[in-house]
Design a protein around this ligand. Structure first.
Ligand SMILES: Nc1ncnc2c1ncn2[C@@H]1O[C@H](COP(=O)(O)OP(=O)(O)OP(=O)(O)O)[C@@H](O)[C@H]1O
Ligand SMILES: [Mg+2]
Length: 228
């Protein structure tokens, strides 16, 4: 599903990623961890093509996204759900409208949109908040709307950078468990985080970065054991 092949990313003088190689299979749930500045966000940005590698290749479903022409990036992002730390919801739209937005954008039929959005609202347990505006939702609920919007097109891959960065521990755990449920439904899930406690509890594969290099990659790993 994902392949990094000798990926290096240099910003100016700074090597943010240094010869990174790994593979993630279809259906996996993987955490990318590491201290601040380790390169986690850079790695995520290469995946959804917000940045291009200085050298090396990044494959998503066998497509080399580092060589994808700019006009193809919307197609890439349609197959990939992206969840942001700061939710990025449209303030003047309800939960329903926020989730429906990407479907409107591709010109989907109204009835189909309704069906899909209600399906996504159900997955994130927010059917009762469909008509609420973001300002009337809790932070955890906002993130669940963000997740519903990311999965509404049925992506095979869900990518998220610090999805719980703005949330308290209990709400963070709920979000991680929701991501796990989405993974169990067949979506490959990649989560960058420095939420140590949560990663330890999830017992998933953990790829640890330090100074732009993969320093460990373990199945059912613990964050603490990797970076200390
Ligand atoms: N656009 C940019 N221009 C210059 N340097 C950058 C840019 N983006 C990131 N960097 C640098 O690259 C390195 C890796 O940054 P990155 O954001 O990937 O780290 P991170 O692991 O996500 O950190 P954090 O946990 O703080 O989010 C850092 O030293 C950062 O300052
Ligand atoms: Mg980051």
């Amino acid at each position: 599903m994902i392949q990094f092949v000798n990926v290096t990313k240099i910003y100016g003088e700074l090597k943010a990623l240094d010869d990174v190689s790994f593979e993630i299979g279809s259906g996996e749930m993987v955490f990318v961890v590491g201290p601040s500045g380790a390169g986690k966000s850079t790695l995520m940005k290469l995946l959804y093509r917000e940045e291009k590698p200085t050298s090396g290749q990044v494959f998503v479903s066998s497509v080399d996204v580092s060589r994808l022409p700019n006009n193809q990036t919307p197609i890439l992002r349609r197959r990939m759900g992206i969840v942001f730390q700061d939710f990025k919801l449209l303030p003047n739209k309800t939960s329903f409208e926020n989730i429906a937005y990407p479907l409107f954008a591709i010109g989907m039929d109204q009835n189909e949109i309704k069906k899909r959005v209600h399906g996504a609202l159900k997955v994130v347990s927010l059917t009762n908040k469909a008509n609420d505006f973001p300002k009337n939702l809790s932070a955890g609920e906002r993130q669940r709307v963000g997740i519903a919007r990311a999965i509404v097109q049925g992506p095979s891959l869900l990518v998220t950078d610090e999805p719980t960065g703005n949330l308290d521990p209990t709400t963070s755990m709920e979000i991680f468990q929701l991501l796990e449920r989405i993974n169990q439904r067949g979506t490959t899930v990649l989560v960058a985080t420095h939420n140590q406690q949560m990663v330890d509890q999830m017992k998933k594969r953990v790829i640890a970065l330090t100074n732009g290099q993969v320093v460990s990659d373990v199945k059912s790993g613990m964050y603490t054991a990797r970076v200390n």
